[in-house]
Design a protein around this ligand. Structure first.
Ligand code: MN
Ligand code: MN
Length: 279
């Protein structure tokens, strides 16, 4: 097990921690992602697998790794500031962070904290959807909008999107406006040799980047997506200093036999392994 700690002050110097973000109030279509952190941890500790990464690290014996449990917010209005404050405290400890969503709206307050610490942040974003809507039915905080908010605030020097297959006219304009690099699924695996970056890198994984056949436990089924292997290869192939990551949009209500919990747990292991390794 990864040791559970109660406070950020217990993080080992230069350590890595995970935090659950059990929030889905900004989901437009179906709720359920708030249940994700607990179910991903169950997948992580399921005796059908082990805690070793494919790259040879045993997460079960790493003293620099800890789990802060799930973030608690008093009410809906407090979620955004609570996430930003929590991430800021972790970054002040010099730690790296992997969060378990939650819907994709959590990435906006997370990046608010990362951007305050890291200038020239590169964000690599895996998703079926560009999440660049200016607003969705009037809601600028929707899980369909986080990357519009991040880019209009100037919080990332570049945004690279992989797995996209739902572009519409508005979001294509938004991508152009914010200079987003979009690798769409219909183009083939064109991102493969484009994953080396200077400076800090943040990785945001929306599980619907994968084909629903590989990861059915998501709210939005969008066929024609990435394979689990392709996502793992992106994690392993990221060049640059990975400083943080999120895994979002797992919806246990839509899962079958915990298949997608196991996929999320697998990705979490490889993400932690990549956070441990220098570029
Ligand atoms: Mn998303
Ligand atoms: Mn998505």
């Amino acid at each position: 097990m990864i040791p559970l700690i109660d406070s950020v002050s217990e993080i080992e110097p230069g350590g890595i921690c995970i935090t659950g973000m059990p929030f889905d109030h900004q989901s437009s279509y179906r709720q359920g992602a708030a249940m994700a952190p607990a179910r991903i941890r169950e997948g992580l500790y399921c005796p059908s697998s082990n805690l070793w990464t494919e790259t040879g690290l045993d997460l079960g014996s790493m003293t620099m790794l800890s789990d802060l449990g799930d973030l608690v917010a008093d009410d809906e209005a407090q979620i955004h500031p609570a996430i930003t404050r929590h991430v800021q405290q972790i970054l002040e400890q010099g730690a790296k962070l992997a969060t378990l969503g939650g819907d994709h709206a959590i990435t906006y307050p997370i990046i608010e904290a990362f951007a305050a610490k890291h200038k020239d942040l590169t964000i690599v974003h895996l998703d079926a959807h560009p999440d660049l809507y200016d607003h969705l039915e009037g809601n600028r905080l929707s899980h369909a909008c986080p990357f519009a908010r991040i880019m209009e605030n100037g919080w990332a020097s570049q945004l690279i999107q992989i797995g996209i297959r739902t572009m519409n006219g508005h979001q294509r304009e938004q991508a152009k406006k914010y200079g987003v690099t979009v690798y769409e699924m219909h183009q083939g695996e064109v991102w493969k040799d484009q994953l080396s970056f200077d400076g800090p890198v943040y990785l945001s994984i929306d599980l619907d980047c994968m084909d629903p056949g590989f990861a059915p436990g998501v709210s939005h089924f969008e066929p024609g997506g990435m394979t689990t292997r392709q996502v793992i290869d992106v994690i392993h192939g990221l060049g640059g200093q990975l400083v943080g990551a999120d895994i979002v949009e797992y919806n246990p209500d839509r899962d079958h036999l915990n298949m997608t919990a196991m996929v999320a747990a697998k990705l979490l292991k490889e993400v932690i392994g990549r956070l441990v390794s220098p570029a």
